[in-house]
Design a protein around this ligand. Structure first.
Ligand code: AMP
Ligand code: ZN
Length: 143
């Protein structure tokens, strides 16, 4: 896609700090470096978000995640864990609309990366939970 910053990075039209490349994917340092080693893994094919993946593309992209995760652990032995994040669409904080997976090494619980997931379980009865699961299951059956 001509107007996509990540396509331009993949094609070498914009400088980057490349970490990895193969036929299907490209990985490079996120300029923000939320933590040291913060890396983005992207499909070479331009897809906007997860809704545009098929199983084959997902297999090629997501199967590279453990390889990169282990490389980050080796590269930064002081890291103690890793967050893997994939934002989809604006409401979910996506800002670059070429699908990407963030790999964010974690050094302490107090570093510059935070996730807040409120526990709303008190608002969902057992019946409500069953209905939600059934609704998703039905959608999968129709997919
Ligand atoms: P997201 O908010 O999930 O869409 O993440 C987009 C990420 O792309 C942000 O963390 C940015 O720091 C990063 N980013 C934007 N432009 C570049 C660039 N030219 N090179 C590397 N990372 C970039
Ligand atoms: Zn693109």
């Amino acid at each position: 896609m001509t107007d996509c910053i990540f396509c331009k990075i993949i094609q070498g039209e914009i400088p980057t700090n490349k970490v990895y490349e193969d036929d299907d994917v490209f990985a490079f340092l996120d300029t923000s470096q939320a933590t040291k080693g913060h890396t983005l893994l992207v499909p070479k094919k331009h897809v906007q978000d997860i809704y545009e993946y098929d199983s084959e593309l997902a297999a090629s992209v997501f199967s590279r995640v453990p390889k990169l995760a282990k490389a980050l652990e080796t590269a930064f032995s002081e890291s103690e864990g890793l967050n893997i994040i994939n934002n989809n669409r604006e409401v979910a904080y996506q800002t670059v609309f070429h699908s990407h997976i963030h790999l964010i090494p974690r050094y302490t619980t107090d570093d510059d990366f935070k996730i807040f997931m409120k526990n709303n379980s008190e608002h969902y009865s057992d019946e409500a939970m069953q209905e939600i699961a059934a609704t998703i299951n039905q959608a999968l059956t129709n997919a």
